[in-house]
Write a protein of this length. Structure first.
Length: 87
């Protein structure tokens, strides 16, 4: 997410609550990246120009990674429980 935040810092996003003013604080870029990765999409910031493509790829990556990581944790717990039961 930090890598995407740096890309958004270079390409730019707009603050929709401030009538489309450019965002300048890196913490806002990190916040936007986190919201995009988790596919929450609050709508308070908007990517502009090439940042739209990066936002789409981050959302796709997050949309696949979040369930995948949950499945890995769940399956590792099941396997651990089975191993304990067999001993």
């Amino acid at each position: 997410m930090t890598g995407y935040a740096m890309v958004f810092y270079m390409t730019g996003i707009e603050d929709t609550a401030q009538s489309g003013m450019p965002v300048t604080a890196f913490s806002d870029y990190l916040y936007y990246s986190t919201v995009t990765f988790t596919t929450l999409g609050y709508g308070d910031f908007r990517p502009c120009g090439p940042a739209r493509l990066y936002a789409a790829t981050e959302a796709l990556f997050g949309g696949f990674f979040m369930p995948f990581s949950s499945a890995v944790v769940f399956l590792s717990k099941i396997l651990r429980d089975r191993e304990i039961a067999n001993n």
